[in-house]
Write a protein that binds this ligand. Sequence first.
Ligand SMILES: [Zn+2]
Length: 579
Amino acid sequence: MNWDLSALFSSIIEAEEFLKQAKFKAIEFEKKYKNRLYTLNPQEFIEVLKEYEEILENVARAMTYIFLEFATDSSKGHFLSKFQQLATEVEEHLIWFELEFIHLPIDKQQRFIDNAGIYKYYLIYLQEEAPFKLSEKEEKILMKKELTSNSAFVRLFDETISKMKFFYEGKYLTEEEILSKLYLKDRNQRKKAQVALSLGLKEKIDLLGYIYNQVKKDWKIENVDIRGYEEPEDPRHLNNRVSKKSVNALINTVNENTQIVADYYHIKRKLLGYETLFDYDRYAPIKLTDKNEEIPFEKAKEMVLNAFKNFSDTFYEIAKKAFEEKWIDVYPKEGKRGGAFSHSATPKAHPYVLLNYTNQRRDVFTLAHELGHAIHQYLAKEVGYLNQDTPLTTAETASIFAEMLLFEEIKKSLTKEELIETYASKLEDMFATLFRQIVFTNFERRVHSFDELKIDEFNKIWMEENQKMFKDSVLLTENYKYWWSYIPHFIHSPFYCYAYSYAQLLVLTLYKLYKENFPNFEEKYIKFLSQGGSIPPKKQFIELFNLDIEKEDFWKKGMDVVREMLKEFKGLTNDYTKS
Ligand SMILES: [Zn+2]
């Protein structure tokens, strides 16, 4: 099944024409209103804001179309770059708008905000960012110098890693290839892969450490020294629309519950029949059955629709629409990109889902996950283009929830062995997002608190923070100490990792409320999704569920779901782990 893009455009030519029209509109808009915002009354301002939103939405509509065309056919790359060039030309005529707003007298801003209705928090967010913005001239200087400072180091990192070769069984492998060997069944092969990766990293470790030190220094100079953030991690919280207090409540809860991870790996060790579990055993597959059941897409569709129907008619109806109206591009094909996503497109169209479906059970979960995103994006259409997208911290609210619904549904039809396999892979997925990302954040927090670190110091902090999570369940070998050095997020986007964990645990808390029969849960949850990014998460949770995301109690609810799953896993594996 291929997707039908006619809700956006019928051809590339039509989309390009539309984008050119958007440019004319942007030029008109600039001529009409630039340097005049202060003359407007609140009603007029809202009209102008709507015009601004519409031009942006038009650009997004054309860009979505070409992006989706390109995603299924990489030979269309030249169109994509042409469109990007055009889009930049449009945006050059719009960039003044937000800047002018934050430079209006504060009482004027306030009057606009008070009358802004659905746009209220969009404007407040601009206001909150304002103190950390510099003058136009200074911003331009920073932007230009960025090319030879931070961007240069990021590029050096990317090029270094992508050129690295790891010697494995007589051949040189790329980073991606060697990492995939860590998931093999054969322990000896995993061990060899671990040695190969470690040796490769060790060879470049001085350079990788140097890059990290520079990126970290640049981050601090720009954000703390120049822009005036209190701490290096603060710009992330602002961007994620959450407070540091809330992030700390999450991090503390995760750190206090690492025993869950350790307990799981003790069971895994017994299932694998090992005396000791080493770092290279972490991803060993748990496989108790030989059979590899194929699930055709039609069957997957039925499973997902059933799971949704048991929860909510709204979920079911939107998902059904997605299948009927061909929002989904299902199978892999040549020139199509890998992975999966749901693109929100624009409120005037509908979301689009890309899959690479290969009949595996994993793929059914991916279908549920991406449809969850699509449902969220579809519901959030009503708050308009500027508000439709959520911050990263609430972006997974429907996707992971949908996976949990599917998990409940398919549990009924699996044999005990299949259940153990499915629980293991679900739990490991959860750990990768929930716990591992907080280990990364703990590491980053410590690393960023020093000026310049020696390699030994990076190694030491890395080992300590990882061991805190695994406790005595996994023995981290000497080789593992270098493995901080290839994690791209540390270089590309400092302090980004916790958001994955935040998003995951937040959903699990919601799932717990559902399981506990929270009054009118479905209705409130749908409302939550429909609000998109128009209201800050803290306010959403207080108003709809009377819960405070700045308190650890909130996060503990989500953690209970993980603990419950582990308990069920333990029960299932009892017969296999008796020694
Ligand atoms: Zn997702």
